[in-house]
Design a protein around this ligand. Structure first.
Ligand code: BDP
Length: 334
């Protein structure tokens, strides 16, 4: 290694000047937070625009005390891994579905119970009230702060074989699910074969027949091009799962009160933007998939699907007796 005393002339003078300048510049570099945001979606997607606005507002309002970048399209890794990294403070924030979150945070699992919400509107009412508060508390215990609930609509089944109208149509189908045992139980209760798989792998798996189908909301079905390889979209709306703009509690706790307030306000504003964009994108996505040849059918009678979920609820309540009140709070709400 070169030491300053071994240098001569001008080089030595500038090296000394640099060394003298270092302590203060090092301090300011260390103090300016440089956040990384994890996002699974492509850049032009409601979630992505919400996250970009969040980061921009935080940087602007903190006058550069906090800078950062949103990494789209899952380049920072799969969702279950990213959740762990946010908990550890290695990734500072991300938008997560409460679906995969349930493996780490039991309270979050309650909203992954099939058909637990009656509508997206009801979901928001409950998430803005006691149910949301209970889930929030569960997240905090696991090192995550919820800054806002993002819209992800309702998930329906799609596959490459046939329209689904009754549970019998799911029998024998290989269906990809998000990483959570509840979703495996959900598909098995309908007689299908469930395959938990990372989001990024689904397109290829549908194309090559590793799976016959999957389930998602219209914007994700469209933005991933799954509609090109699985042409039957059957509106079941079996899952209405909120998404969370989630911050690492480690990162949040390291902020001054002033910056925490800025972050909370920016989170709330970004959720408002995302929810508005969501409605627009849902319509556009439906138009795109229909123009691309998707055959969409509305499942007229959802009752047999709902009835088939009884074992999923029974198992969940037997394994999580302490969550019975929260399940009932949502299940019995108007
Ligand atoms: C999308 C969610 C995303 C999930 C994905 C999936 O926004 O967080 O990773 O579904 O099915 O709707 O994996």
């Amino acid at each position: 290694m070169t030491s300053i005393s071994s240098l001569s002339g001008l080089a030595r003078v500038s090296a000394v000047a640099l060394a003298l300048a270092l302590p203060s510049s090092f301090t300011s570099v260390a103090q300016a937070a440089d956040w990384r945001g994890w996002n699974i979606h492509v850049e032009d997607y409601p979630v992505s625009h919400g996250m970009e606005q969040f980061m921009a507002e935080v940087s602007e309002k903190t006058e550069g005390r906090i800078a950062g970048k949103v990494y789209h399209a899952g380049v920072l890794g799969s969702q279950p891994d990213a959740i762990e990294q946010v908990r550890l403070g290695i990734i500072n924030f991300g938008v997560f579905s409460l679906g995969p979150m349930g493996q780490a945070v039991p309270e979050a699992n309650v909203v992954s119970l099939p058909f637990i919400f009656k509508s997206v509107d009801q979901m928001y009412r409950l998430m803005d009230g006691d149910a949301g508060a209970a889930i929030d508390a569960g997240l905090q215990k696991k090192g995550i702060v919820a800054l806002g609930w993002y819209d992800a609509g309702a998930r329906s089944f799609y596959n490459s074989r046939q329209p689904i109208n009754t549970p019998a149509d799911v029998e024998g189908l290989k269906v990809r699910v998000m990483n959570n045992d509840l979703f495996v139980g959900m598909i098995e209760s309908l007689g299908g074969n469930a395959t938990p798989m990372a989001f990024a792998e689904v397109y290829q798996s549908l194309k090559t027949g590793v799976v016959d189908g999957a389930e998602n909301n219209p914007p994700s079905y469209e933005s991933t091009n799954h509609y090109e390889v699985a042409k039957y979209y059957s509106i079941s709306e079996h899952l209405i799962i909120p998404e969370c703009l989630c911050m690492s509690k480690k990162t949040f706790d390291s902020l001054s009160e002033e910056d925490q307030a800025i972050v909370l306000a920016a989170g709330k504003a970004s959720a408002e933007l995302e929810r508005q964009l969501w409605g627009e994108r849902e319509k556009k996505s439906m138009e795109t998939v229909l123009a691309g040849g998707t055959q969409v059918n509305q499942i007229a009678d959802k009752a047999p699907f709902q009835a088939a979920m009884a074992p999923v609820y029974d198992k969940f309540l037997a394994e999580n007796p302490d969550l019975t009140d929260l399940v009932n709070l949502i299940r019995n709400a108007d």
